[in-house]
Design a protein around this ligand. Sequence first.
Ligand code: NAD
Length: 316
Amino acid sequence: MKVLITGGAGFIGSAVARKLIDRGDKVVMIDNFNDYYDPKLKRDRIATILKDCEYSLHEGNIQDLEFCQAVFAKEKIDKVIHLAAMAGVRSSLEDPLLYEEVNVRGTNVLLEMAVKYKIKNFVYASSSSVYGNNKKVPFSEEDRVDTPMSPYAATKRATELIAHTYSHIHGLKTTGLRFFTVYGPWGRPDMALFLFTDKITKDEEISVYNFGKMSRNFTYIDDIVSGTITTLDADLECEIMNIGGDKEETLLRFIEVIEENIGKKAKKNMMPIQPGDVPSTVADISKLRALGWEPTTRIEEGIKNFIDWYKEYYKK
Ligand SMILES: NC(=O)c1ccc[n+]([C@@H]2O[C@H](COP(=O)([O-])OP(=O)(O)OC[C@H]3O[C@@H](n4cnc5c(N)ncnc54)[C@H](O)[C@@H]3O)[C@@H](O)[C@H]2O)c1
């Protein structure tokens, strides 16, 4: 099977690519290596995680119809895992137009290609942020999600609605994955685990928002990879699935585990919640579990793996 992974140099994309190659699939990747965070980390992921692997990589923008057309025409793609996006909640408040262009138009271009080139299954990244300030926990796919709290969340919800129309009109198989806070080695420098580790290591103060009263279903990268591939293989007609860890963790416990692994106490600056942020994201994962998937990594193990990687990569 030949699988196109958009955002293949990304945190999740590179890990999914490795797993697919290991099991014998052919992998084609698209990435534009933008500088939302250090592009060197993206290049290093490819060079290290995909060392000695065979794959093809196309550098360009997913919102560029001609570029995508050329990739689909050249490669004989069976299925798509669409992960490329502008992915930061906070930065979407600063540049909402870019988020709309990449996340909404980019996804729409790929859906057009998927229909034209008869793609057998189109799995795409949505986000737990679509639940906005949902008061009912755990968050279920059945809950109403029409109160996004950031431009990012709104673009992710828009892609779910657009994917639905492609399934409805063209019979394209689509599965939207609502990822819940992903972490692990090679993780994104704009996310809490990376920022906290970096600052604690350098004896700098960390900002703890909502005075630490945040909780998340942190999800380890390997569990995200196995869940994504489970849905890739399942070929569902038109679905949306939560994909999150099964244990609700507070931000303060998360920080405690980081401190234990670095061997240093954090200097905490307790702050109010930031605009666009949500205090709690807890996932109901029964739908994905019904396909045989199970998250297996606890934060004690996952954070250790991250910090081991961080120390090695940055030679700390
Ligand atoms: N990491 C998380 O906790 C999390 C949570 C919810 C949803 N998601 C979603 O999962 C997906 C992957 O996230 P990630 O954490 O791996 O992010 P990432 O930023 O590491 O990966 C995204 C990749 O897409 C590429 N890209 C961005 N814009 C592009 C464009 N216009 N054309 C081509 N390539 C482009 C980037 O260069 C990057 O390598 C994203 O859609 C994100 O919104 C992630």
